[in-house]
Design a protein around this ligand. Structure first.
Ligand SMILES: Cc1ncc(COP(=O)(O)O)c(C=O)c1O
Length: 397
């Protein structure tokens, strides 16, 4: 018998909306033709992996030495962890070593391993909303409670509100920078201010919350923006990330956890995350792609095509009269449901679907009255969608 709580979660409309829409999109494309369906539902990168990745795949596949496909230490190949440490050191401006890295099965597994390692039942994880919808599951998986902190109007963190929600139950604050679904990049000043709030809280309460920074979109930024290095501002900080978005490898399930070497329990933290990876049944991160990313993590990728797609889609929305937040990173546009729809994002997404536009309702992300468009699709899809957006806005049926 399937556990009733899993049945309930599976059938929950909001929780599985995006995946369902992705599958509906495939069916609609079969029915109406690839070019006539505008599928903005899923953050599945449209760019091919860069040539450095493709060359590394070739090189790794040529290694037929004994043991090349065997088990390795659960945290990953030592040389791969060292190369990830080099990457994190450059990004964070702090010297990180291989022992501070645990290779994982994408960022999703990195988050699950961290929550498995740190959460006791009833512990809270504070997250600015809107947020990546799967966080609800990842925290609930380990008996934790996700506490949503509605953001300011410009989607910056509401620091005062967050401060007021900190308690002895707070195990962690989770920020996603750049943010999915809004494309917001939290400013360095805000990350510093958040760090100060957490330090003050830990002094007062005796419990130091971890600051978990989910950063799979770190490299995908526009208008010269950069993501702040949290390791410089807060010792109990952790990065969870993957190569799903920046190297266009979401299906290969390759990512890592990096713990700040200055964290008071850094070594125990890495050990607990490694143990969690093992007992959750992942055992270790995929061997082949560990070796691939160790050779290609510093590939020079041109994200200007995403920026171009963002600009094209913003123009379509302007022409259709749809309001949105101008994203600074990632590849999502978070759009306001038109006033006449009374914030009913699910109904408005159903309406868009009638015009063969697939969009994700904002409620699943903790952003009622909004909807998300993932613009990691072909330029042609974006250009051709203009008429459909205009028709949907003119259609009062
Ligand atoms: C904010 C955020 N975190 C984590 C993930 C999971 O990434 P991965 O595919 O590497 O597990 C995603 C995927 O879309 C995401 O958007």
């Amino acid at each position: 018998m399937i556990a009733p709580h899993i049945k309930e979660l599976m059938n929950n409309k909001g929780s599985s909306a995006i995946r369902r829409m992705f599958e509906e999109g495939i069916a609609l494309k079969k029915q109406f033709g690839e070019d006539n369906v505008f599928d903005f539902s899923l953050g599945n990168p449209d760019l091919d992996p860069p040539k450095e990745v493709l060359e590394a795949i070739k090189e790794v596949s040529e290694d037929i030495s004994h043991g090349a496909h065997g088990y390795m230490p659960n945290a990953g190949y030592p040389e791969v962890r060292e190369s990830m440490a080099k990457k994190v050191s450059l990004e964070q401006g702090v010297s990180v070593s291989g022992k501070n890295i645990v290779m994982t099965v994408g960022a999703a597994s990195a988050l699950n391993c961290v929550f498995k390692a740190i959460l006791s039942p009833g512990d809270e994880v504070l997250v600015p909303s809107p947020f990546f919808a799967e966080y609800r599951h990842y925290v609930r998986n380990y008996g934790g409670i996700l506490v949503e902190i509605p953001s300011n109007d410009d989607f910056s963190i509401n620091l005062e509100l967050l401060k007021s929600k900190l308690s002895s139950k707070t195990a962690a604050v989770l920020i996603n920078n750049p943010n999915n679904p809004t494309g917001k990049i939290y400013s360095e000043d805000d990350v510093k201010a958040l760090s100060e709030i957490l330090k003050e809280h830990s002094k007062k309460s005796g419990r130091t919350p971890y600051l978990i920074c989910d950063e799979p979109y770190r490299a995908i930024t526009y208008d010269g923006q950069k993501v702040a290095p949290a390791f410089q501002f807060y010792e109990s900080s952790v990065i969870v990330t993957s190569f799903a978005k920046d190297l266009s490898l979401p299906g290969e399930r390759i990512g890592y956890v990096a713990v700040n070497p200055k964290c008071s329990d850094a070594d125990e933290f890495s050990s607990a995350v490694t143990f969690s990876l093992r007992i959750l049944g992942c055992v270790n991160s995929p061997a082949f792609f560990q070796k691939v990313v160790a050779k290609s993590w510093n590939a020079k990728v041109d994200y200007s095509s995403y920026e171009k797609r963002r600009n094209l889609l913003m123009k379509n929305l302007d022409n259709a009269g749809i309001k949105y937040y101008r994203p600074q990173g990632a590849f999502y546009l978070f759009c306001k449901v038109p006033d006449s729809w009374n914030d009913d994002d699910a109904a408005f997404c159903d309406h868009l679907k009638k015009h063969l536009i697939l969009a994700a309702p904002g409620t699943g992300f903790g952003g009622k009255g909004w909807f998300r468009l993932a613009y990691c699709v072909s330029e042609k899809t974006i250009v051709n969608s203009e008429k459909a957006f205009i028709a949907a806005m003119n259609d009062r049926s």
